[in-house]
Design a binder for this molecule. Structure first.
Ligand SMILES: CC(C)(COP(=O)(O)OP(=O)(O)OC[C@H]1O[C@@H](n2cnc3c(N)ncnc32)[C@H](O)[C@@H]1OP(=O)(O)O)[C@@H](O)C(=O)NCCC(=O)NCCS
Length: 184
């Protein structure tokens, strides 16, 4: 799958065994933002993490609380610049807080349109899964993420309080229109 953000061509693909060094680096960088690069799969040997992601993509052997999901990295010139994860359906927590799509861009590659491209690709995948409107959420203070969601057509539904006193913005984003433009 290829999408064209503002300034570069982002290739999306699954993780492979050769990606470990880049992933470890991305994990360290994202941890500084209080964010997990591997979306719930951190802190284990890489081979186990890859196996868990594969199982999640297939929807088999899911641990309690996990739903089927697709995890893709965005690559520019061979460098992993970010990732997007698409939950195929929502459980109670995702329906309230997590939403269908999560994404992150490594600090050195921000403000180049990559998050927009990653979210668009996630929306295209949601459309393929039959999800017409994706729930996408971000902290009220996360201006960059809110802007990314709005650029992709997100319509703010509400801002809810969380137990950590960090209000959460909840958007619904139509998947069909953007899906057309983001397929390679
Ligand atoms: C949020 C995040 C994904 C944005 O990534 P990015 O690649 O820099 O975003 P883009 O370049 O696609 O920019 C999208 C929009 O946000 C705006 N933006 C990006 N960073 C911004 C910032 N720090 N302040 C204000 N606006 C910002 C861009 O200008 C652009 O809007 P525009 O088209 O109107 O100019 C990135 O900062 C990140 O990974 N943060 C940590 C993880 C995270 O918060 N993930 C989202 C969880 S909900």
């Amino acid at each position: 799958m290829t999408v064209t953000p503002r300034t570069s061509t982002l290739q999306l693909r699954r993780l492979t065994a050769g990606d470990e060094d880049q992933v470890r680096e991305a994990e360290r960088e994202l941890a500084a933002d209080g964010f997990e690069f591997l979306a719930g799969h951190g802190g284990r040997p890489f081979a186990e993490q890859l196996a868990a992601l594969d199982a999640e993509a297939r929807g088999t052997d899911l641990p309690a609380g996990r739903v089927p999901a697709t995890f893709l990295v965005g690559v520019v010139d061979g460098v992993i610049v970010g990732r997007v994860s698409v939950r195929h359906r929502l459980n109670a927590w995702l329906a309230q807080h997590g939403g269908h799509i999560g994404y992150a861009v490594r600090p050195a590659y921000r403000r180049q349109g990559h998050a927009t491209a990653l979210l668009r690709a996630g929306l295209a995948h949601c459309a393929d899964l039959g999800i017409d409107r994706a729930l996408v959420t971000c902290a009220d203070t996360n201006v960059a993420s809110a802007r990314t969601i709005e650029r992709c057509g997100g319509v703010l539904q509400d801002v809810i309080d969380r137990h950590d006193n960090r209000p959460l913005r909840r958007y619904l984003v139509p998947t069909a229109l953007l899906a057309v433009g983001s397929r390679g």
